[in-house]
Design a binder for this molecule. Structure first.
Ligand code: PHB
Length: 388
């Protein structure tokens, strides 16, 4: 009995000493909102990630890819943190991925740093997220990256006075700050600023105040989903459009996940964003068709593409390291990777580990029997200006 125990203990320590063998399963631990008001974030990201595996095979560099998914319920940093600790300490995942919301990414980044585990952020879009762990990479976007182009477009199109409205947390602060910076540098004037609660905001009092201030336009950011639908309804019901107040925003507002629910009040809205499911490229056509087949009745949005591209990043990095997912090797291989995404050409900035991509200016139009974000201008190869 004692001998067996000693033997198995020896075998166990041998395992540890040799590290993860290349033939072991590659475990990816996803921390995502799968329930609550942001449940669609988790669904879209996983849909994209699973579609990539379905198309490219479930084995890369000799390692079988397995997903472990933990529901962090949304804005709940303590739950995200606990979920990531379990994934790392108990499940021994090789890579952490997902992160629907900024507070979740902030809560987990220190663990990625201390355990030297690659962490692939597939949505959380506050600029500074990537600075919180040297093993963190992002395949989504940042709010400054999408807000600066919107400010430039506004100036070019005769908008002189803007009222900003932003959700009162990281990405909202970033959107507000960058929009104001670029817009005022270009000669625009900010006539009012307001921050709205992250959870369950009632937009009516803000909308009335904005109407009374009579700006040329509102620039707004709230996390994509039901809040945007409610905001647009309030904007229409309170007659801001008739009062001549335009609405401009990052494309989080007209996300394909909620665009159909918005209906006609969304027509004509101008937004800046890195992905539209109407993006005109052969690869996007292939992507949207495969997505529709795999997930009938769901339109792929920017989060799905970040999940899909996140898996591409994992596959390409592992091919370079021959299946070694240890932090330093994986990061060396991932930095500077470049590829074509369904959104257009993208790369991973080797200095910041953040994504570099084309940003499009789009208009909501009715086409092909549905509402679409139709791209009509592009700022190519745009880096996050938020870290400057
Ligand atoms: C975020 O929490 O970072 C976040 C959430 C939803 C968005 C964009 C950013 O649409």
């Amino acid at each position: 009995m004692r001998i067996t125990q000693a033997l198995s203990a020896a075998a166990f320590s041998l395992c540890i000493a040799s590290g993860a063998h290349a033939a072991d399963d590659l475990k990816i631990g996803f921390v995502l909102p799968m329930s609550g008001p942001h449940a669609s974030y988790g669904l879209q990201i996983l849909n994209g990630a699973k579609l990539y595996v379905q198309q490219h095979g479930d084995t890369v560099a000799g390692r079988k890819v397995t997903f472990l998914v933990k529901d962090d319920t949304g804005v709940a940093p303590e739950i995200s943190k606990r979920a990531a600790q379990e994934l790392v300490n108990r499940d021994k995942v090789d890579i952490l991925a997902g992160f629907g919301l900024t507070p979740s990414a902030f809560a987990v980044a220190p663990l990625s740093a201390s355990a030297k585990i690659p962490m692939i952020v597939m949505n959380a879009a506050t600029s500074s997220v990537t600075t919180k762990s040297p093993y963190l990479l992002r395949t989504s976007m940042t709010l400054p990256q999408n807000s600066a182009p919107m400010a430039k477009w506004a100036i070019k199109n005769g908008i002189k006075n803007v009222y900003t409205l932003a959700a009162d947390y990281g990405p909202g602060h970033d959107a507000e700050k960058q929009f104001i910076k670029t817009f005022t540098e270009e000669g625009g004037k900010i006539v009012g600023e307001v921050r709205t609660p992250v959870k369950n905001p009632d937009f009516s009092p803000y909308l009335q105040k904005i109407k009374d201030a009579k700006p040329d336009a509102i620039f707004m950011f709230v996390p994509s989903g039901e809040q945007g639908v409610a905001f647009l309804k309030g904007y229409a019901d309170r007659g801001l459009k008739e009062a001549g107040i335009k609405l401009i925003a990052t494309g989080d507002l007209t996300d394909e996940d909620v665009l159909d629910a918005m209906g006609d009040p969304a027509l004509g809205l101008i937004t800046s964003f890195h992905y539209s499911d109407a993006h005109d490229s052969a690869l996007n056509k292939q992507y949207t068709e495969a997505y529709a087949k795999a997930y009938p009745g769901v339109r792929p949005n920017f989060m799905s593409v970040a999940g899909y591209d996140g898996m591409h990043l994992v596959y390409e990095a592992l091919k370079k390291t021959n299946g070694d997912a240890s932090g330093d090797k994986f990061l060396d291989a991932a930095k500077g990777l470049k590829w074509e995404s369904p959104r257009g050409p993208i790369s991973i900035d080797p200095e910041t580990r953040d994504i570099v991509q084309d940003i499009y200016i789009r208009k909501v139009e009715r086409r092909n029997g549905r509402l679409e974000n139709v791209e009509f201008d592009v700022i190519p190869n745009f880096k996050d200006p938020g870290k400057e």
